[in-house]
Design a protein. Structure first.
Length: 365
């Protein structure tokens, strides 16, 4: 069994490999290197963005994996840097009439679905996600039609059309709780698109799950053999793993969780070093939370030209200060979602947000 393979059981079923991985590779080959700017330009872009945010009653909603410069700017201007669940909740609740979403396309779409009355802009509309493009809506709908007895649960890393076909949307921070809840009601699950996260959830909950065969190009590249060699150099280090990683990585982890959960683990675990198996962009917030810890990126399948992501999402890297400024100046890269699709997607997204609000209310009690 190869490291990336997942053993199937009577309650875990994985769809056969499809041509969708070839689509992902074609997208990767089209990505240009991110533009560079001088320190003077960086100061100028930041100042102009701050001015535009005030003029347009706008706020930056940024993901942990974006450029640390963008993350810092979001924090300085009253925005947020977080995972996709908290990004959605923040944008939904904030009084700003314009949201500038620094991340990838599905995050902008999610913001528009939740707040159709707001203007949603992105630094670029070309930033996508291997999980999203590897799960085309038409093909997914056919897959769902073939299994009408299953409750459809999709990861947030999907298009608006896929969300519209689903019964529930989840993020990695809430997936376990939602699936455990559905399993307690005797429901069988059709899960998409990440097979590694799906397998992790199935193993933890024991739910009957049928998995779409998708994966994240960043997390799929982390390898346990490389981590074992790194642990020999840093024997006291803890291994933090995102559940989109292969099972062999999850099995040896000291902590497994969403981006927010990994940041909390870095803060609370006593180990002096953290080997981190997720996008290196998380280091900005993780170092803030755990300033006394040494952060080390986990090794991937290759180095430089031989790895596809090298622990950095190429699409997240397309967000930069220049195109963020231009989007605000020109009102360009506005996100639109078909109103009917948005209404349908709001049902599955709404269930997730309501479930989360109930969790938070219970914690207060």
């Amino acid at each position: 069994m190869t490291e990336s393979s997942i053993p199937q059981s009577s309650k875990l079923h994985i769809a056969e490999q499809s041509e969708h991985q070839e689509v992902v590779e074609r997208y990767l080959n089209q990505i240009d290197d991110e533009p560079k700017y001088t320190p003077e330009e960086e100061v100028m872009y930041k100042a102009r963005i701050k001015q535009l945010l005030q003029e347009k009653n706008a706020v930056i909603v940024a993901h942990y994996y974006t450029d640390p410069v963008i993350q810092q700017l979001a924090e300085e201007t009253g925005g947020i840097v977080s995972d996709s669940l908290e990004m959605a909740r923040f944008g939904n609740a904030h009084s700003a009439t314009t949201l500038i979403v620094a991340g990838v396309q599905f995050m902008g779409e999610t913001a528009k679905i939740l707040t159709p009355e707001k203007t949603v802009l992105m630094p670029t509309l070309e930033a996508t996600c291997s999980l999203d493009i590897g799960c085309p809506a038409d093909d997914f709908s056919v897959f769902c039609d073939q299994h009408p007895d299953r409750t459809i649960v999709v990861y947030a890393n999907t298009s608006a059309a896929v969300k519209a076909r689903a019964d529930w949307v989840v993020t990695s921070s809430i997936a376990l709780d939602v699936v455990d809840f559905l399993d307690s009601r005797g429901e069988k699950i059709l899960w998409a698109p990440d097979k590694y996260l799906g397998s992790y959830v199935q193993k933890k909950t024991g739910a009957d799950m049928l998995l779409w065969n998708g994966s994240c190009i960043v997390h799929e590249e982390f390898k346990s053999q490389g981590v074992a060699r790194l642990k020999a150099v840093y024997p006291d280090a803890a291994l933090l793993v995102h559940p989109e990683s292969p099972e062999a990585m999850v099995d040896i982890a000291d902590a497994v969780g969403s981006t927010s959960q990994l940041i909390n683990a870095a803060k609370t675990l006593p180990n002096p070093q953290m080997i981190v198996a997720t996008d290196i962009g998380i280091f900005h917030k993780m170092q803030q939370a755990a300033p006394d810890k040494e952060l080390i990126i986990a090794p991937t399948a290759g180095e430089s030209a031989t790895c596809r992501s090298c622990a950095s999402c190429p699409w997240m890297g397309m967000n930069n200060l220049k195109n963020l400024m231009e989007s605000l100046e020109q009102g360009s890269n506005e996100v639109f979602v078909d109103p009917e699709v948005g209404k349908q997607a709001m049902v599955s997204l709404g269930r997730m947000l309501e479930f989360r609000e109930q969790q938070l209310a219970a914690e207060v009690v």
